[in-house]
Design a protein around this ligand. Structure first.
Ligand SMILES: [Zn+2]
Length: 278
């Protein structure tokens, strides 16, 4: 590898734009860029990458997706199963919120996360994102990670490849426009994955992330029940599924205000995953 390429890679790493999918490439980076900012405590993307790298510059030399940049990492691997939990040092947990953004609930979720200085992941639907671009901009400013949850939340396994591609591509485009970066993660609605979904997701430079603990908050079982499920499921590397849209989510909002401080008091580090650790 040329020295200037290495420097570029290191710079990309320092900005937080760690977009590496292939383990082999990640190994090169880990050894070449052991800087402190690359620790898991730093959000993988979002505000930091956005501030350090103007969107226009990002588009000229994409680090992921279709572009053929000279220093690009290897293509995202096509997986046979989604990622269910996130490796990391210590007691790290990841909170994910699906189906939004919804102006009734997402701002309250963001307020609570900001209050505790915690970063989370939002798997947004394109049809919601396009109407609430300001909320995606806020997610970027506050360091959260936005993932692709399709355009209209269909059961992807019943769609043709062309329809799956359209659902995912349109959503990534809206996210790039409103959030400032193309998403590096995607999640199939209803957890319904198939080979086409994994292939198209990888073509678009995204890793498939499922979850470890399902709060089943969408059944509105009561705030106490949601809190109880998440506290019972808490463990290092756990990815929690909740919802900030798709119905009345006031229980999800209320539960977050209770379980988040309790997780932090229990010594959990609530954060977002980095692609290079996968
Ligand atoms: Zn969903």
């Amino acid at each position: 590898m040329q020295k200037d390429q290495l420097l570029n890679r290191r710079r990309a790493l320092i900005t937080g734009a760690a977009v590496l999918g292939a383990a082999g490439t990640a190994g090169v980076l880990v050894t070449s860029g052991g800087e402190t900012p690359a620790r898991p405590a730093v959000p993988a993307a979002g505000a930091q990458a956005r501030r350090a790298l103007r969107p226009s510059a990002y588009r000229l030399q994409p680090l992921t997706g279709y572009g053929p940049p000279r220093t690009a990492p290897a293509r995202t691997l096509v997986r046979r199963a989604p990622i269910l939990r996130v490796p990391g040092r210590g007691r790290t947990m990841v909170l994910t919120f699906d189906d939004g953004p919804d102006p009734r609930y997402t701002p309250q979720v963001l307020d609570t996360l900001a209050h505790y200085d915690v970063r989370a992941m939002f798997f947004v639907c394109g049809e919601m994102a396009v109407r609430n671009k300001d909320l995606l901009a806020r997610m970027a400013d506050e360091g959260h990670v936005v993932g692709n949850h399709t355009w209209s939340h269909p059961l992807l396994t019943r769609l043709s490849r062309a329809q799956i591609r359209s659902q995912m591509t349109r959503t990534s485009e809206v996210i790039e426009d409103a959030y400032g970066e193309r998403p590096q993660w995607f999640r199939a609605p209803y957890g319904a994955w198939n080979r086409a979904v994994f292939q198209i997701g990888a073509e678009l430079g995204m890793e498939p992330l499922a979850w470890t603990v399902d709060s089943r908050d969408w059944t509105t079982p009561g705030t106490r029940t949601i809190v109880g499920r998440i506290e019972k499921g808490a463990a290092p590397g756990v990815v929690v599924l909740s919802h900030d849209a798709g119905g009345d989510r006031s229980q999800s909002v209320g539960a977050l205000r209770r379980y988040l401080p309790q997780l932090l008091d229990s010594g959990y580090h609530v954060s977002v995953p980095r692609r290079r650790l996968m």
